[in-house]
Design a protein around this ligand. Structure first.
Ligand SMILES: *Cc1c(COP(=O)(O)O)cnc(C)c1O
Length: 499
């Protein structure tokens, strides 16, 4: 299996190269040249396996240049109870009849990003060895809050790597900030920027593609790579939990063989829902993929009209990891839907960069609406939903997951579709405790994050994640913040390169 680029179909690299490089030289994203299939017999067999064995099976289809021992080394180290607080790794909770919460936040940083970022460092180090790359890999991350911490935890003290994270100064929750600024490890750096997530992401993309920066690194025996979901090594691990969930529901007798399910995903950069689409393309029976957005509803409009237009107000919401107006992974989906027409992708994404808007062809619009449904909700509806499902089902969910629950209940009301449904639950409510407590109507008189955690523990009856409890009293190591056009200088300085 080789990988090509969405902006140049003639590019042909192995998975190891795609993972080590992160993004293709001309700015396109790596995609597999074909999507491997999985049969119902495979799915039945997976039902009896552990999560890491399921992961080994799925990876072996995509990473054909890795041998089985290499894949096992990665999956067994990443998906173990050393890192996750449940043996199942991805937990399935029942919300109500035929509706399941896929809890993807049992990893070390309490958000679904751990599902991929616990394994990416292993995939990356195996990849660099495979292609005999003897350079230090510098991981640059732009984060809306969760990726940054998950990447820091994954890469801390990993030999041959250094990781630098940029986050929007006023765009992350207090707990997220505390998680990042207290990060330990001797190859890590964290810096706030004066701007929003899109500014951080654009800044990082500029640094990645700057010849001057690439040369500065090369002259010092280093190269850039990415831990954002533009890296195929981030996306592939996310396919696994959808395959695994189907196998589990089948093994548990919740669904019958071949029965279709809906999948609802609270969406920002379009990575998580794209992974569900890949799982469907592999052969997992899926009816609709439901894309849920917050007030930054650029994807809702796009899926409903075929027009992508980022020229709109940017909202800072209580679901900050979805505060995004440029969803990078859409490029991979559109590449598939337009018949792998790289010229078409260059045209649309050129327009996006130039004027912030493009419109897909009627054929692509039709294909989109066959596979996807989309909806959004604002902060008030998000809070109401948290309260409602707490009262009704004694289940406490975080703000991002609540957006998905609300969009799903609107969908169900509108369509009457009673297909069994999996809702991706992307973060622990403890990570967004202020907003969750407010939604629950708790009377909080404190600004102290950890007192709030205690209140939430009493109300939710859910155990406090160890990693969050341990942040209490941890020293803040990273206090810096820079303007968005100072990001380059920060990187050079952090890497010890002088100009
Ligand atoms: C990153 C994130 C999302 C959005 O996922 P994408 O793959 O970027 O669409 C949703 N919820 C939470 C909690 C996240 O951290």
């Amino acid at each position: 299996m080789y990988y090509k680029s969405t902006r140049d179909s003639a590019v042909k690299v192995t998975s190891a190269q795609a993972i080590a490089q992160g993004i293709s030289a001309e700015g396109g994203l790596f995609v597999p040249e074909s999507i491997p299939s999985i049969t119902m017999d495979d799915v039945k067999k997976l039902g009896a396996m552990s999560y890491s064995e399921r992961a080994t099976f799925v990876f072996s289809k995509f990473l054909t240049d890795f041998d089985e021992a290499e894949i096992r080394y990665c999956t067994e180290n990443a998906y173990s109870v050393k890192n996750f607080d449940t043996e199942n790794i991805a937990e399935i909770a029942h919300l109500f009849d035929g509706t399941y919460m896929l809890e993807l936040w049992h990893g070390p940083t309490c958000a679904f990003k751990d599902m991929a970022l616990q394994i990416l460092p292993y995939l990356l180090t195996v990849s660099t060895k495979k292609i005999k790359l003897d350079k230090k890999v510098v991981i640059l991350v732009a984060t809306s809050g969760d990726t940054g911490k998950a990447a820091l935890e994954g890469f801390k003290d990993v030999e041959g790597t250094q990781i630098l994270v940029f986050y929007p100064e006023d765009g992350v929750s207090a707990m997220q900030k505390k998680q990042m600024t207290t990060q330990d490890g001797n190859n890590v750096g964290v810096c706030a920027i004066k701007g929003n997530f899109d500014d951080a992401q654009n800044g990082v993309k500029k640094i990645f593609t700057s010849d001057e920066m690439k040369k500065a690194l090369a002259d010092n025996g280093m190269m850039f790579s990415s831990a954002n979901s533009i890296n195929w090594g981030r996306l592939a691990p996310q396919i696994i939990y959808y395959v695994s969930t189907y196998a589990q529901l089948l093994a548990d007798g919740e669904i019958s063989e071949g029965e279709k399910i809906n999948i609802v995903v609270p969406t920002g950069n379009f990575g998580n829902i794209l992974a569900a689409y890949y799982a469907k393309k592999m052969g997992i029976p899926v009816n609709k993929l439901i894309c849920a957005s917050n007030s930054n509803n650029v994807l809702t409009d796009f899926i409903n009209t075929g027009v992508y237009d980022r020229n709109r107000k940017f909202y800072t919401t209580i679901s900050p990891s979805m505060d995004i107006l440029i969803s990078s992974n859409l490029e991979r989906l559109l590449y598939i839907l337009c018949g792998e027409n790289d010229a078409q992708i260059r045209e649309w994404f050129g327009k996006l960069a130039e004027c912030g808007r493009y419109e897909v062809t009627p054929e692509v619009k039709k294909a989109l609406s066959e596979e996807f449904c989309a909806g959004f909700c604002d902060d008030a509806a998000t809070e109401e939903t948290i309260k409602k499902i707490y009262d009704k089902y004694s289940y406490t969910c975080d703000t991002h997951t609540a957006v998905a629950v609300k969009v799903y209940s609107d969908y169900r009301e509108k369509t009457g579709d009673k297909t069994k449904t999996v809702i991706a639950s992307t973060a622990s409510p403890y990570k967004f405790n202020t907003a969750v407590l407010e939604a629950l109507g708790a009377d909080i008189k404190t600004d102290d994050e950890f007192e709030k955690v205690d209140v939430l523990a009493q109300m939710s009856k859910m155990p406090v994640p160890k990693s969050l409890a341990e942040l209490k009293g941890k020293e803040v190591r990273f206090k810096g913040s820079v303007d968005k056009d100072e990001m380059k200088d920060y990187v050079l300085k952090a890497l010890g390169i002088s100009r």
